[in-house]
Structures are given as C-alpha cells and as structure tokens.
Design a protein around this ligand. Sequence first.
Ligand SMILES: NC(=O)CC[C@H](N)C(=O)O
Length: 365
Amino acid sequence: MQKDRTATLILDDGTVFHGFSFGAEKPVSGEVVFNTAMTGYPESLTDPSYAGQLMVLTYPLVGNYGVPPRTFRPDGLSEFMESERIHADAIIVSDYSHEYSHWNAVCSLGDWLKEENIPGIYGIDTRALTKKLREHGVMMGRIVMEDVKDVAKYLHDFGIYGAVNYVDEVSCKEVITYGAGEGKKRVILVDCGVKHNIIRCLLKRGVTVVRVPWDYDFTQLEYDGVFISNGPGDPDTCDAAVQNIRKAIAGDKPICGICMGNQLLAKAGGASIYKLKYGHRSHNQPVRMVGTNQCFITSQNHGYAVDNNTLGEDWEPLFINMNDGTNEGIRHKTKPFFSSQFHPEACSGPTDTEALIFDKFVGML
Ligand SMILES: NC(=O)CC[C@H](N)C(=O)O
C-alpha cells in the first residue's frame, strides 16, 4: 500500500474530517455537496454544473473501474465524458481503490485528477459528512493538504457560492454548429454549461444544433426551436439569458430546457427560484408527471428549485418530485414550451426519460 499525503476537509462551521490525498496536492474551497449515485464519477466530474463545488460521493468504494479515454468525436464532442475537462473543484470519498479494472479504462481516477490539477481526498467518513449536510444544509468547505490541529486559522474566506456567475466561466465563447445539413431543423442550444450528452441526444434525432454562449441574443437568428441547457451556480446570476428567453416565449417556436434550463424558462415566465436545503444529486429521484400516475426514476444534480406557487397563470408544473413535492418541470398551458429539472440525457443513466423529453421536443419542431 502506497503512503498518501495527509489531507483535511474543513467545513465553514469548524467541523474537521481527516483523510488522505489521491489527486492534485493543492488547497481548494467550494460548496460541499453530496451525490448518492453508485456509478458515474467520470461523467459527474466533467459535468459543468459541478463548477464551484466539492463533490462528496456517498457510495463507499470509488475508483475501482478507472477512467475511460478522453477522446473526442470528429464533431468535437467527448466520446465518454460530459465536457472537455473536470469541472468539480474536488472529489471527496470514503475508500479510494488505488487499483482499477474495466474494459474501457485507460488510467486511474487519481492519475486523472493529478493531470487535471483537481484535489481528491479519501478516508473521509462520508456517512457522517452527509448526515451533517442533510441536517444543516449544504455549506462551504475547504480542503488543505495537511493534518489540521488548529482549525481556527482556516475559518476565513470560504467564498460565497451563490455570488459567482459560474455559467459565464463554463459556457462556450463563440457559436458552434453541429450536424449542419440541407433541410434539417435548426435548434438553438443556449449553453449555460451544457453536458455533451444533451448535444449527442439532439444530434441522434437528426437536427442541426447551433450552440450559442449563455448571454447571446439568439432571437436574431433563424431557428426552429430553442433548447436551454443545464449549468452551474445560482440561476439568479443569469439575467441576460432570461431576457433572451423572455423574447423567445413571446413567439411560438418550441422551447425545451433541462435543469438550469427549467429554472431559466420558469424565470422568463415570471416565476421565482429558491435554494433547496441540500439539493438533489443522485440517480434515483422519483418524479410524477402531473395529471397522471406515471412515475419515472431520474438522474439529478441541482441545488435550486422553481417555486411552484410563483408560476404565472400561463404555466403549470409538469413533474413533481415524489420525495419532497418540489418542482421537477414546467409547461406552458397553450404554447409548445416545456422543461425538466431532472436529466433525461443522464449518463450513466437511468435513461428512462430520454425519449419522453427529446422525442417530444424534436417532434414539435
Ligand atoms: N445541473 C444543473 O443545471 C443545475 C442547475 C443549478 N445550478 C442548480 O444547482 O440548481
């Protein structure tokens, strides 16, 4: 067994968790959030929605299937990841497997983290940490590469997660077109930090995707529909996107959104957003389609939610979370606008709602 460097996680209330480093040896701070999924660390780490967050995995054994190749398709989309790089600011686990085995693995999780300069720590009692976050709510934390004895000197400058416009950091900087072709329907993709599988799911359905920066005024372009992506941070920092979406909802072209896309569409329709105590981050969130008894198991990663009570009279909830009754999607009562708070494109699954959302949107174009 190799000897790893001591590392410590400090929460902003002074709670300390001692562990060891298996990634980049640098200090970092961010919002500490937990995810209860059993698989999918390559996809979660590269999901831009995790920017600014230290990701705690509750599944106790992590790293045993390694990391797939970071290869790209000819159109520039990642083959096995959700973006070009790791976006979470750190990963926190209980037991790290230094050995790995998988048909598609090319390196260990630790080597990948080191290569991308992202800290990872193990040996943390993630069960106690998660209980703490569930009771208190998410909080800011920092990881330092030492054995902390005097915690008081670290309890400063944790930063404020909700004050940063992370979307601006992760969105594309110029317009990128995928799958262009004669006679194809053109979908504007508002990139708030898009997961590549959203683009793959649209391209698979034969449309042209025009990916635009989050604050780009797409309403001047020719298009058949608009898709609003997922993204990191507080949706209240994305006013420029809301203004453009508001112009689009004055028209009749189909609009769909996922996660941050649900929140921004709701805001454009006049609704408010609030912060959940500890968010939904897992592969098994049950949602019910309003007006039916149809339920779906969904993958989720969000810390904010649409306030159902503030939806304007033209809008109604489309999905409701069966654990806590919070909003999981909205629809316009008369126009072809709808969105989901969950991830129908989820990689590594479940894929139960992919057709429900993508086929419906593309069918409307
Ligand atoms: N995955 C997402 O799009 C997350 C949206 C938003 N950042 C939230 O945490 O609620």
